[in-house]
Design a protein around this ligand. Structure first.
Ligand SMILES: Cc1ncc(COP(=O)(O)O)c(C=O)c1O
Length: 454
């Protein structure tokens, strides 16, 4: 009988995290202050983040230890299973072997607690009592609310309005963990009120919600810090536990991936699974393809520009060199709320620009078709974000079939979709649409990126 689950035990949690900055073959670009457009100082960053995380953000150490208190909590769900998708392979009649790393088994349902827990830990260690954040789909807000409950921190979540309306049970999950949730734009911040005055019917964006959360932190007189669930280097470093475990589990399977796939919003679950394999490519001569999958409705890598841009709409967050659609870009209200971001992590952007990773954009309806195929074969209903990775994995498996190749495919099952059933309802009742932005709209948003001379 062919083995299905590859499991490793808790001893493998002791491995430190992998920081891609140690090996990235491209000189890092400075992070800029949003007003002066000069490189940021730790003073500016420390209004937003605790020093423990700022140190990780700028570190070029290859490995960063995981504190004992964080490992204790990780043990509630880590290591997560690596599963061979035998039923899916059979349905596709492909010679490819498809594996998925099941991050949906975390208590809040996605990879997000891998960074929520250490972020809560480092804030608590510096005496912070409250964190503000944004959430798109609700997965990040749920994860941080859960982490807040472990470390007795109050969590304030600005949830993108369209998701707040689409996903009432996500809001209730956050409240169950003790979080306070507000639809963004909200009337709680000056920026939210300004947006509501101008566009009262806006669906909101992650960029706007980030602005509100940053404002709530920096105007708190030092009582609150801000926490970001993706994009930044320390977040991707926290997520590297996914890829490190996957490497071990592929050893158990006695196979090595030809392609590793993850969906990308800000890049954290993709970086989490892909970067340990990138290290093996760069240092040990492996040749795994690393494929980032984005929605056609928010195609920052495949249709954006590689340039400095603000991380948020109100221009309060640091400026990064990244693939961006422009910080004022408002993506269509697609169901993969966690992928509705205008930018991309700096390292994913630099690696894509340098040809070290690949990217593809997929349309919404195709992702739901793939999600149904997966649900009906493997039994897990994936998050709409995750369905992007599944679509690309299925396309790879069908391509391997056409070429008669035994391709080894690994994808990150970044989360489950049990709170996303309204999205499935829309798909099943034939109401779901594809969105493709006209180029002039993208050009208009791109014309607002800052002019930077470095
Ligand atoms: C299940 C799931 N997958 C993926 C993402 C995308 O984020 P990232 O690119 O940081 O992994 C999100 C974001 O909310 C998510 O909830």
């Amino acid at each position: 009988m062919t083995q299905t689950k590859y499991l490793i035990d808790e001893r493998h949690l002791t491995k430190p995290r992998y920081n891609v900055n140690a090996d990235i073959p491209i000189a890092p670009q400075p992070v800029l202050h949003p007003q002066s457009l000069e490189p940021v100082t730790p003073d500016f960053l420390s209004q937003i983040f605790p020093m423990g995380l700022i140190e990780q953000e700028v570190s070029s150490d290859r490995y960063i230890p995981i504190p004992e208190e964080v490992r204790e909590i990780y043990k509630l769900w880590r290591p997560t299973p690596l599963v061979r998708a035998l039923q899916l392979e059979k349905a596709l009649d492909t010679p490819a072997h498809i594996y998925f790393k099941n991050e949906s088994v975390s208590p809040s349902g996605s990879h997000k607690p891998n960074t929520a827990v250490p972020q809560a830990f480092y804030n608590k260690a510096e005496g912070i009592k409250s964190l503000t954040t944004e959430t798109g789909a609700g997965q990040w807000g749920s994860a941080l609310s859960m982490a807040g409950s472990y470390f007795d921190l109050k969590i304030e979540v600005f949830m993108v309005r369209v998701s707040y309306n689409q996903k009432p049970y996500r809001r209730l999950m956050m409240e169950t963990f003790g979080g306070d949730v507000y639809p963004s734009p909200s009337d709680r911040t000056a920026y939210g009120r300004a947006i509501l005055d101008k566009t009262p019917d806006t669906p909101g964006t992650l960029g706007m919600a980030i602005s509100e959360a940053v404002e709530a932190a920096v105007t708190s007189g030092g009582k609150k810090k801000y926490s970001l669930g993706s994009v930044l280097n320390h977040v991707l470093t926290h997520q590297s536990v996914i890829g490190e475990e996957t490497l071990k589990q592929m050893e158990l399977a006695d196979e090595y991936p030809d392609v590793v796939i993850g969906c990308v919003g800000g890049g954290s679950n993709f970086g989490g699974i892909a970067y340990p394999f990138l290290r093996e490519n760069l240092l040990n001569g492996q040749k795994t393809r690393l494929l980032a999958v984005e929605p056609a409705a928010a195609p920052s890598l495949t249709r954006g520009k590689y340039t400095f841009d603000y991380g948020d709409t109100a221009r309060m967050a640091p400026v990064l060199k990244m693939f961006t659609l422009g910080h004022e870009f408002v993506p269509a209200p697609l169901h993969a709320g966690g992928l509705r971001y205008h930018g991309m992590s700096a390292s994913v952007s630099a690696l894509y620009d340098g040809g070290y990773i690949e990217a593809v954009a997929v349309p919404q309806i195709g992702t739901f078709e793939a999600a149904l195929t997966f649900a009906r074969t493997e039994g897990i209903i994936p998050a709409p974000e995750t369905a992007h990775a599944i679509k690309a994995a299925i396309d790879e498996a069908l391509d391997a079939k056409k070429l008669g190749e035994k391709r080894i495919i690994v994808f990150n099952l970044s989360g489950h979709g049990y709170f996303d059933m309204a999205a499935y309802d829309e798909y099943l009742s034939g109401k779901l649409q594809n969105y493709q932005h006209p180029q002039p709209e993208i050009d208009e948003a791109l014309s607002k990126v800052p002019e930077v001379t470095i």
